[in-house]
Design a binder for this molecule. Sequence first.
Ligand code: DGJ
Length: 744
Amino acid sequence: MAIIFHEKSKEFHLHNSQISYIIKILENGHLGQLYFGARIHDRDDFGYLLETSHRPMTAYQSEGGNFSLEHIKQEYPVYGTTDFKLPAMEVLQPNGSRITDFSYESHRIYKGKPGLEGLPATYTEDDEEADTLEITLTDRLLGMKLILLYSIFNKENAIARSARFENSTRDSFDITRAMSISLDLPDCDYDWIQFSGAWSRERQVRTRRLEQGIQAVNSSRGHSSHNHNPFIVLKRPTADEFQGEAMGFSLIYSGNFLAQAEVDTYNVTRVMLGINPFTFTWRLDPGEHFQTPEAVAVYSKDGLNGMSQTFHRLFGRRLARGQWRDRVRPILLNNWEATYFDFNEDKLLDIARAAKNDGIELFVLDDGWFGARTDDHAGLGDWYANTDRLPGGIKGLSEKVEALGLKFGLWVELEMVNKNSDLYRAHPDWLLQTPGRPLSPSRHQYVLDLSRPEVVDYIYEMIAAILAESKISYIKWDMNRSITECYSLALPANRQGEVFHRYILGLYSLYERLIEHFPHILFESCASGGARFDAGMLYYAPQCWTSDDTDAAERIKIQYGTSFCYPVSSMGAHVSATPNHQLFRHTPLETRGNVAYFGAFGYELDLQNLSDKERETVREQIRFMKQYRQVIQYGTFYRLQSPFEHNISAWMVVSEDKKTAIVGYYKILNDVNCEYRRLLLKGLDPNMAYQTESGETHYGDELMNLGLITTDPSSGQPASGHPEPGLDICTDFWSKIVVLRGGC
Ligand code: DGJ
C-alpha cells in the first residue's frame, strides 16, 4: 500500500518510489502538512517538523499553550483561528460568522481512485495504479463535514487532490471559498512560472522570484482564458529544464480559477488553486454536498522537462479518454482561413478534393454552415444547415466528402446565440443576463445559460440530430466570448454566486452526453483559439486548438509554453497561408510545417492556391507526418532551447524504444559569421548508434554530450555582396528537422 498511517503519531505517509507526501493530524484535529518532495524513508514520527516555539504577537489556541496555526504548515487552512494567511475555504453561517473549525473525524485508505461526480478528473484503469486517502473532518459546532481526497499515482510523481463539503444539518450555509488544493511549503526559495498572454499570444512563459506577499493569476471571464492558464510552476532558482526541483500545479477545470502563492513573513509559501472565490458562492442547503474540481501536483527532481513529461503521460493517458486517446490524430484541413464565411458546397468540395489529392485525411467545415450565418452577426444557436449554401445539408455534404475518401468534421459553437437567430427569438430568457441591466455584446453574440438543464437538453437534441444523421468523425467545439452580466433568470437571488460554476457543470454534462452517444467522434475544443486550453477540457476533448495565431514564429512560443503542462497530442497545430493572416508575415512553408508537426497536425488554407512546387512540399510534409506522428504525438517530448530566451530554439521527441528521435530546430532571424553551433540532445540511448538522414552515424552519448552540429548556411558566410551559390540563403524564420534512427 502506498499510503501508511501511523496510529501513534497520527501521520499519513503517501509515497511511491519517487515522491513522499506527509500529513499529520494536529493536536486540534486540523491537518498539518509536513512534507512534499522526493521520496524519503518512512519513520514512525515526523513530529519534529512541527514548529512550537513561542513568538510575540501570536495568538495561541489555548491559554498557556504554544500551538498556533500561524506557525504550522497546513493542508486545508481556515482563517480566523490563529492563522492569518488567505484560507483554503470559508463558510458563511446563518449567524453571520465565517469562523470554522474542521477537525479530524475518520479516514479511509483504499486502492484505486474515485471519479468526481459531474467533473473531469484523472482516473485509473486498474486499482493498482493509484491509492487514495479520504480524510473526513467535521465542524462540531456546525455539524458540517469536509472530506479531503488525496490520490497518489504509483508510477507517476503526482498527487491528485480535491475537497467535498457535506451538509447533513438543518441549516443552510454559503460556501464562499473552496479551493481544490492548498499546500504549505517551508520556504520561499522558488521561481514562480505562469503562462500568460492574450488572444493570439497564449501561454507565454513568465518567470519571477517568489516574494513575500501574494502572487496570483486568475480568470473571472467564465472560461480559463487566453490571459492566464490554470497551471503554475514553482521551481528552485537553480533548477532548469534538465535538472533540479520543480513542482507543477494544474487545476482540472475550465471556468473561473485562482492560482496563488502567498509567502508570509516567515518565508512559508502557501500555494493554492481552485475556483476563483471572487466570482463564487455556493448555497449548501440541508442534505446537499459540494465537490470542488480536482487539482494535480507534480514533483520533479529532473527539472522542468521531468515535470512536463509527468503531466504529458498523466493527462494524455489518464485524463484524456475515449477511442481517440491513444490513436494518432488525423491530418486535417480546416476551411476557416481558406474561405472564412465565403463558401458554398462546390467551393468546399473543390478544396476537399485538392486536400484528398495531397494526402489529407479529414476535411473540417468551420463556421458559417448553419441558420442565417453568412457573417458573425447572425445564426448562432440555429444548428441546422443553411441549404442555400449546402443544398444537401450537412448530411449531403458529409456523404460527398466521405465519397472523396476523406473523413468529415464540423465546427460548432453550442454555448452561444446571436440575437438574430430563431433560438433567441423563441427563448430570449435563455441568455445569461442581469435584470434591468444592458447586456454587453462581444463578437455580436451572447451566452446561453448552461446552468439551466432545459437549455443543455435543447442544445443536445439539436446537435445530436445532425450527428446522428450525418457522417461526422470530428467536432471542433468553439466558444468565442467571455461572460459578462453573469446572472441566471432561473436561480433565486441567494444562488446567483453559483452561476459561473453551474455553467461549467452544464457544459461538462453536455460534452459527457455527446461523447457517450457518439464515442467515435474526435472532439477538438477551442475558444477563440486557446482560451480554454485547460486540463478540464482534455477529459472531454483530447485535443484543443492551441491558438488562432498560425504564424510559425509566434507558434513556436505558444506551443513551447503550452508544452509545460499539455501533451503534444493535445495541441492543434496547422500550416496556414503566407502572408500569415494574423501577423501578415511571410515564413517559409517548410518552417510552417516544421513547427506544426509538433502537435495534432493539419492545414488551414486552400491548397489550390499553392504552386506545384509548394504542393509537392505539402505532400512531402504529409508523408513525413504520417510516418512519424506516432513518435511525435506519443513519444517523450523535451524542450531543449527556449524561444523566450534565444533567437534559436529547439525541442525534440524520442520514441519509447529510443530508436527514433526527431529534433525541431528553429531560427527567428538570420545572423552572420556566427559560431560553429551544436545542440545537446536528450533522452537517447547512450550506447545506441543513431543515423541521420544524410547517413552520418553518431552514438547517443555523443549526441547528448558533444551535441548535434546545427550550424547553418549563415556560419562563415562570405563578405556581403559576394555570396557563394548555395550559401546565399537567408535564414530568417529558418528551421530544420533532424530525424535520428537508432539501432539500424
Ligand atoms: C475562432 C476559432 O479559433 C477559429 O479557428 C474559427 O473557428 C473562428 N472562431 C470561427 O468563427
